[in-house]
Ligand binder design. Structure first.
Ligand code: KG4
Ligand code: ZN
Length: 336
């Protein structure tokens, strides 16, 4: 049994959540700064840190109040310590350390990517447990990971250039949809034809499961420039649908190959891009043909949140992996 407070401030969401036994979310408070950063077309690190500072205490208070728990009811306080923006991470870490020091409750440092993967353990119809293959696709990461145990991972494939979410964001900007691009492309694609334009799908030679998304991104940019030079209108929905299909084809094919190669009967998806509707349906459909089960978190647990940090913290708590007061931000933290 555990009751864990999770704190997440690695990018532009100030978030706190309380989770029981690593699965039952008692509260999940997320204060998003998207509207503030939208006018700049992306996250401005200094502005993000300042807003985290303004919000962190009230977000934590709200998470505790909504969950109906007091600080002393907690077994541990789990906080993201990397990867992410250093100034943003430090706000969450300092808040968590302060609370831990004042109450004597153990502090746990969580890797943000491990948190995204752990979001799959939040109560749902499918009770997922290692080993399985996880596709982690966010604004900064695109990894195919073999999850050997709750704390043991092996990378089987990774992007050689842009992360999938980064490609979504850049293409959305190019076709005039705005920021953040993923959800806007997902929406525009609903009314588009995904076979209207043939964008490239990069496959590396042999058994390699790596990704490359800079080619498809450049192909979209060239396609748009061409139309602009000819003074023709941009078929936004068709471009969105065709681009999305190209990315999803590669993500699903490589992940399913990884599952087949490692004889895994389960695939999970995680990270902001895991909320993409086509990725969810195509992964389920294609993997289903091979007898592989697919699970993914509810959309609110795919994009940045603190419930996933509390869940990952739960498994560290079970192993008594407690952090000291010297816990520091590690902006470039790796999973392995
Ligand atoms: O995991 P996340 O919230 O933050 C990082 O850790 O990076 O992921 C954010 C990324 C952004 O690039 C955003 O455009 C993308 O996830 N995203 C989506 C969708 N929702 C968010 N991409 C495609 N389709 C979506 N529905
Ligand atoms: Zn994230």
């Amino acid at each position: 049994m555990s009751i864990i407070l999770g704190i997440e401030t690695s990018c532009d969401e100030t978030a706190a959540a309380v989770v029981r036994d690593g699965a039952e979310v008692l509260s999940n408070v997320i204060s998003s700064q998207i509207d503030i950063h939208r006018i700049y077309g992306g996250v401005v690190p200094e502005i993000a840190s300042r807003h985290h500072l303004d919000l962190i205490i009230q977000v934590v208070d709200e998470a505790l109040a909504t969950a109906g728990v007091k600080l002393n009811d907690l077994d541990a306080i789990a906080v993201t310590y990397g990867p992410g923006l250093v100034g943003a991470l430090l706000v969450g870490i300092s808040a968590a350390k302060g609370l831990s020091w004042a109450s004597g409750i153990p502090l746990i440092g969580v890797n943000h990517i491990e948190g995204h993967i752990a979001a799959n353990y939040i109560s749902s119809d499918i009770r997922l447990a290692p080993p399985y293959i996880c596709l982690v696709v966010s604004g900064g990461h695109s990894h195919i990971v073999k999850v050997l145990d709750f704390d043991k991972f092996e990378v089987l494939g990774r992007t050689r250039d842009d992360a999938a979410g980064e490609a979504f964001d850049k293409v959305a900007r190019t076709i005039g949809l705005g920021y953040p691009g993923g959800p806007l492309i997902d929406k525009a694609a609903q009314s588009g034809n995904s076979s209207a334009i043939q964008f490239p799908r990069v496959k590396f030679e042999g058994d390699c499961l790596d990704f490359s998304f800079s080619g498809v991104k450049t192909a979209v940019i060239n396609y748009i420039h061409n139309l602009e030079q000819k003074g023709e209108a941009i078929p936004v929905s068709d471009v969105a649908a065709s681009f999305q299909k190209a990315v999803v084809d590669v993500l699903t094919d490589n992940t399913i190959s990884a599952a087949i190669r490692t004889c895994s009967s389960d695939i999970a998806i995680a990270g902001g891009v895991a909320s993409n509707s086509l990725l969810r349906s195509e992964m389920t459909r294609k993997a289903g043909l091979k007898g592989i089960r697919v699970s993914y978190p509810a959309p609110v647990y795919c994009t940045d949140n603190a419930a996933m940090i509390a869940v990952a913290g739960h498994y560290k708590f079970l192993r008594r992996e407690v952090a000291g007061s010297d816990l520091n931000a590690v902006p470039g933290l790796k999973l392995f």
